[in-house]
Design a protein around this ligand. Structure first.
Ligand code: SF4
Length: 114
């Protein structure tokens, strides 16, 4: 049996501190960089939902929900499904399996925050 397979209490604590440090380091990385999983406009579901990174580019003839003065106020960051603060650049959206959408984006599933 190898001697270095035995972990004493000090070694165990050192390993725990290293693992904890790794978790802390990961938590300092912005969510959008870690996920690298932003929803893009060319995906099938995004196209079906009319998702745009910039809500001002939505084709309102195809998606009249965003037409007019009331429609122009709709953005991901004021949608009930945007799981982030109102000023967040990106946040998870449950329509897209919690992948990241942009705060200034929009899709046809938009629903006002209560
Ligand atoms: Fe944006 Fe809401 Fe559509 Fe998600 S459901 S993409 S947060 S408008």
């Amino acid at each position: 049996m190898k001697e270095n397979t035995v972990i004493d209490r000090r070694g165990f604590l050192k390993m725990g501190m290293k693992a904890g440090g790794g978790v802390l380091a990961l938590s300092a990385i912005p969510l959008q960089l870690l996920a690298d999983d932003n929803v893009t406009e060319d995906e099938a579901l995004a196209q079906a939902m009319g998702y745009k990174l910039d809500a001002s580019t939505v084709d309102t003839t195809k998606f009249p929900k965003r037409a007019g003065d009331a429609g122009a106020t709709q953005f991901c960051n004021n949608c009930a499904l945007f799981a982030g603060e109102a000023d967040a650049e990106f946040a998870p959206c449950s329509i897209f399996q919690n992948r990241l959408v942009t705060g200034k984006g929009w899709c046809n599933a938009w629903v006002a925050k209560a």
